[in-house]
Design a binder for this molecule. Structure first.
Ligand SMILES: O=C(O)CCC(=O)C(=O)O
Length: 429
């Protein structure tokens, strides 16, 4: 299979593809490696994995395409006015010797919309979490309302978001943000001391030393949502992760060092449902249960753990938000999460101004919606039956649409042993 050094030297196979395509392939194949290597022996898996890894280090051949698909996807959001089509195979470039494979290759020019649809369709969504617990004498699914959306932010996007969060943290440490935006508590014991950044509003988990009750602090101001976070919010609504009726207007960034945790809680009702949390840097588990127990510093016992892969979004709603508590036990490695929430309008801090660019957001139309609209707008025939037509007749070339909103995936979702398990994230334990 592919020798990493060969890719660096210009593997003849790779010469058929430009830099952007190689990066797309690398990102795509890396994400699918667990599936592709299923049933393979260790050595074949290793060879496959080495081959894919070599693509990440392949040189950027095309001077015209400097950014990966993923980079451009975020950039597309950041600079919506950009009309350039990024991924273009120039068949007429005589500077590259063509092979027979190359001759067979069709001209491909993916529009911005098509690239977005491909990425949108590959988001993996799980919405059927089940954990029955007896609450007030009745068995209920305490996880009803939870949704895990995997692959919402690509590796390149995660990198940009993390580096932006690091800049914000630095600004917070240097006193360049509003006082209540940044908080870095003293690490007085293991599991305590998460760094947080709050935008849009700040709130208390519990009564504070000034006697303020838990919830949004009416008279404290923090910095507004940074631009990049608004870009993320737009993605969440557009890609059917959050409903347009509940566009977040605030967020908390949690920066966990190894051993930091967030104790069991139910999010304050000053925030409406659903809310969502996006994960970066390392995977950890979030624990749900109607009765989570503290068993040590950063150590909790509960019913159900959901692994949160990087780039994923967990949407918390229904019983998952209001019957079950949740917590993140001491994390095994540095992790960043951004929890987006919408404030109850009556609880907004004084002087809060809504973000105009977060108004009127709409989800991406999927094929089914297009067909519905098409049929709805067509005059009926005398038979009373709707006119027969294929959705793609009216899609003006946008046929790459697949609605897999309910696609299942086999995640590493684990139910606790005997419906109750203890989570440790410390080698000392
Ligand atoms: O870090 C997470 O994913 C969860 C954060 C959370 O529960 C919170 O900020 O209230």
């Amino acid at each position: 299979m592919t020798d990493p050094a060969k890719a660096q030297d210009g593997d003849p196979f790779l010469l058929n593809y430009d830099a952007a395509e190689v990066r797309i392939a690398a990102e795509f194949l890396s994400n699918w490696l667990p599936f592709l290597s299923r049933g393979l022996c260790k050595s074949c898996t290793q060879t496959l994995s080495d081959g894919i890894r070599s693509l990440h280090t392949a040189p950027l051949a095309s001077p015209t395409v400097k950014k990966s698909w993923a980079d451009m996807a975020l950039e597309d959001d950041l600079a919506a006015e950009e009309n350039e089509v990024g991924s273009f195979i120039n068949m007429n470039d005589s500077s590259v010797e063509r092979t027979s494979v190359d001759e067979l290759k069709p001209k491909v020019a993916l529009s911005r919309d098509q690239r977005e649809y491909i990425r949108f369709s590959s988001v993996q969504r799980k919405k059927d979490f089940i954990c029955l617990e007896r609450v007030n004498g009745k068995f209920v699914n305490i996880l009803d309302g939870l949704e895990l959306h995997k692959g919402v932010f690509s590796a390149a996007e995660q990198k940009r978001i993390v580096s932006y969060v690091e800049q914000l943290e630095e600004m917070g440490r240097n006193g360049q943000l509003k006082e209540r935006t940044f908080s870095a508590p003293q690490k007085w014991m293991r599991g305590k001391g998460r760094v947080t950044l709050q935008f849009g509003c700040c709130y208390n988990y519990a009564v504070d030393k000034n006697g303020n009750p838990p919830g949004i602090l009416k008279n404290e101001t923090v910095d507004p949502l940074p631009h990049l976070f608004k870009v993320m919010i737009k993605r969440l609504v557009r890609w059917h992760v959050l409903p347009p009726s509940c566009v977040p207007d605030s967020c908390i960034v949690n920066i966990y060092e190894e051993g930091d945790c967030i104790p069991p809680h139910i999010d304050n009702h000053d925030f409406v449902r659903p809310f969502s949390t996006v994960s970066f840097l390392s995977e950890c588990e979030i624990l749900f249960g109607s009765n989570l127990k503290i068993v040590g510093a950063g150590e909790f016992a509960g019913s159900y753990a959901i692994p949160l892969p990087v780039g994923s979004v967990l949407v918390i709603n229904g019983n998952g938000a209001d019957v079950a508590k949740h917590c993140v036990p001491a994390v095994p490695a540095k992790r960043i999460s951004i929890t987006f929430r919408r404030m109850d309008e009556s609880k907004r801090p004084s002087g809060y101004a809504p973000e105009p660019d977060l108004e009127g957001l709409q989800p991406l139309l999927v094929e089914a919606d297009r067909s519905r609209k098409y049929y709805a707008s067509r005059p009926r025939r005398s038979s009373g039956k709707p006119a027969v037509g294929r959705g793609d007749r009216m899609d003006h070339g946008r046929r790459l649409i697949v609605d897999n909103t309910d696609a299942r995936y086999s995640g590493r979702i684990r139910q606790g042993h005997g419906n109750r398990r203890r989570f440790r994230a410390n080698s000392e334990n």
